[in-house]
Design a protein around this ligand. Structure first.
Ligand code: CUA
Length: 195
């Protein structure tokens, strides 16, 4: 019995980590991962509630092949229109690789409804610091409602990868005081000129 080693642990070859240490490390990382998942879920829920982010309110289909020929997305109907009830509707086509129209003026302190669609692939429409963030999917109309409390400029990036020109797919939304907006001609409402 004197030959039996006093420690049960056999020396392991170089670079081999004992099983119990591996298990302990794996458990530690499992806890870290679950904690990270918990934090990310919490961020999604909190920002979703606080920022009023929500899926689009309706499912509306449209023929992507005939957008330019008929219906509300014909060229003459794009841009910002004032409705009889005082609200504004902005119609935009997001296509490879531009928003049409590229520059958009909207009135401040007015309910604004964005209606977008795509003739080709999926694009993304996002106005930083607002609740506007939607995918633009061919065959569907994406509708987002918001309002602009103060005048200001918004850079508008495409935020879904849509091809080689994706990085250059930017446009501008300018919120102008509502009194001034009322005097703009339809052409001025889609003007890129600084004001
Ligand atoms: Cu359009 Cu990315």
């Amino acid at each position: 019995m004197a030959d039996v080693p006093s420690t049960p642990q056999q020396p392991l070859p170089d670079g081999i980590v004992p099983e119990d240490i591996v298990a302990r490390t794996e458990n530690r990382w499992l806890v870290v991962m679950v904690a990270m998942l918990g934090v990310m879920m919490a961020i999604i829920v909190v920002t979703g509630i606080a920022g009023a982010l929500h899926p689009s309110s309706n499912v509306e289909i449209v023929d992507p092949l005939s957008l330019h020929l008929q219906g509300e997305f014909v060229e003459s109907n794009l841009g910002t229109a004032l409705e009889p009830d005082g609200t504004a509707t902005v119609r935009i086509i997001a296509g490879q690789y531009d928003f049409i129209p590229n520059c958009i003026q909207v009135p401040t302190q007015t309910p604004v409804k964005f209606r977008l669609t795509s003739p080709d692939v999926v694009h993304g429409f996002l106005l930083p610091s607002t609740n506007v963030n939607t995918m633009v999917v061919p065959g569907f109309v994406s509708e987002v409602r918001t309002s602009f409390p103060a005048a200001g400029e918004y850079q508008m990036p495409c935020n879904e990868f849509c091809g080689l020109g994706h990085h250059a797919m930017w446009a501008h939304v300018t919120a102008v005081p509502k009194e001034r907006f009322a005097n703009l001609t339809p052409l001025e409402r889609t003007s890129c000129a600084a004001r």
